[in-house]
Design a binder for this molecule. Structure first.
Ligand code: SF4
Ligand code: SF4
Length: 108
């Protein structure tokens, strides 16, 4: 008799096109509308500039990341609200949650 192990949930793959979304703070729609708080904005900076203030309205100073991919429910709200079609989500096929049982069954 063999049992298949329960596999962990595979998270959606979220891709943000950073050539389209260059100033996320000017829009913020995905950040505001995502019910799971998946997105995060972080500074882009050289090590020696880490204490310098950076204007969030300037192109390329901050970029959008999908940091909590594990929370994503693939509701597609972020895709719907993005005005420039910068977000793509791929949902991987999930493994079955039920253990597979092969061979002799109990009671037989
Ligand atoms: S699909 Fe839904 S849960 Fe996932 S990142 Fe977009 S808005 Fe958030
Ligand atoms: S909704 Fe689109 S354009 Fe707006 S911040 Fe998010 S990815 Fe960028």
């Amino acid at each position: 008799m063999t049992y298949g192990l329960r596999m962990g949930r595979k998270f959606p793959k979220i891709t943000v096109d950073l050539e389209k979304c260059t100033v996320p703070f000017l829009c913020k729609r995905c950040l505001q509308e995502c019910p799971m708080g998946v997105f995060h904005v972080t500074r882009v900076m050289a090590k020696e500039e880490r204490l310098k203030e950076m204007d969030p309205r300037i192109d390329g100073n901050y970029i959008l990341y999908a940091t909590r991919r594990d929370k994503c429910t693939a509701c597609n709200i972020c895709i719907d609200v993005c005005p420039i079609d910068a977000i793509k989500i791929e949902v991987p096929k999930q493994e079955s949650a039920k253990p597979k049982v092969e061979g002799e069954q109990w009671g037989q």
